[in-house]
Design a protein around this ligand. Structure first.
Ligand SMILES: Nc1ncnc2c1ncn2[C@@H]1O[C@H](COP(=O)(O)OP(=O)(O)OP(=O)(O)O)[C@@H](O)[C@H]1O
Length: 270
């Protein structure tokens, strides 16, 4: 995927326009796991929406395999923070949803749903409705639903933010396993520095609004099975510190943006 000098503005309240992203340029290789972090409001979700084709850039281009993205399509799956499952469909029927859109025959759909229920370790829960599942299980169904129609790219907008710490840790491991097994390209947004370093092959740090890529940090933690507790290694701490440093300056800049400026008349009245 190529994000080429993308600018995105929105109409501002009270007239004029508001720039969410500006001159954002970024290449993502096929099969890569990229994590995007940045201060609140810097345009992370806007960037993901552009990759998903849910919105169009004001200027610049977003390309997938050399072709410009002009709308949503089944070559990209999206997983949001809130499960966005259909409450009236069972887990299995939620997973089959995209396959119905692709007109996959019923028997084939059932086989694919079985495969993905197993991949996210929910065998035996296919006939449960969303309200009968825990938050972590619902998010697994959402991931399975996105994977089932076999998109090359998985776009994830803070998918684990609403979960408790233990469920989040175990879903992070599940996601890494699924990524290794399926070879998908994953673009993952998070507020968590630990989560970013744990998951990402590269971590892109965005600047305060308007967002652009400040720096891309390569994460090299060696073989994952070399240690039980990767998060406690000095390498992990060093990467976490680097991302934290980059982010700290941008969070400060974002906070300055949020402080209302003194009004001109107040200054002149002195
Ligand atoms: N449809 C819209 N209309 C107007 N402004 C918008 C719209 N969507 C986003 N924005 C503004 O663009 C900026 C970037 O929003 P975005 O949601 O992409 O940020 P973010 O980095 O994902 O934030 P957070 O980390 O808090 O989730 C915000 O200031 C937001 O208010």
């Amino acid at each position: 995927m190529t994000i080429d000098r993308v600018r995105k503005t929105f109409p501002a309240r009270g007239g004029g326009e508001f720039t969410a992203l500006d001159e954002t340029t970024f290449d993502i290789a096929a099969g890569e796991f990229v994590v995007v972090v940045g201060p609140s409001g810097c345009g992370k979700s806007t960037l993901l929406d552009l990759l998903g084709g849910l919105t169009r850039p004001t200027a610049g281009r977003v390309l997938l395999d050399g072709a410009e993205i002009t709308g949503p399509a089944l070559d990209r799956g999206i997983v949001f923070q809130q499960y966005a499952l259909f409450p009236w469909r069972t887990a299995r029927r939620n997973i089959e949803f995209g396959l119905e859109a692709k007109r996959v025959p019923r028997r084939e759909r059932a086989g694919i749903a079985d495969h993905y229920l197993e991949l996210v370790r929910l065998q035996g829960f296919g006939d449960h409705y969303p309200h009968e599942l825990s938050g972590g299980m619902k998010q697994r169904v959402a991931i399975a639903r996105s994977l089932a129609y076999d998109p090359g790219v998985l776009l994830m907008d803070e998918p684990f933010a609403a979960l408790d710490a233990q469920t989040r840790d175990s879903l992070q491991d599940e996601l890494l396993r699924i990524w290794r097994e399926t070879g998908k390209t994953i673009v993952f947004i998070t507020h968590g520095i630990d989560e970013a370093v744990y998951l990402g092959g590269r971590v892109a740090v965005l600047t305060a609004r308007p967002g652009r890529v400040k720096e891309i940090v390569d994460i090299d933690l060696g073989p994952r099975d070399a240690t039980e507790d990767l998060r406690s290694t000095p390498e992990f701490a060093a990467h976490r510190h680097r991302v934290w440093e980059l982010l700290r300056d941008e969070v400060r800049a974002a906070q300055r943006l949020d402080v209302p400026r003194p009004r001109e008349e107040a200054i002149s009245l002195g």
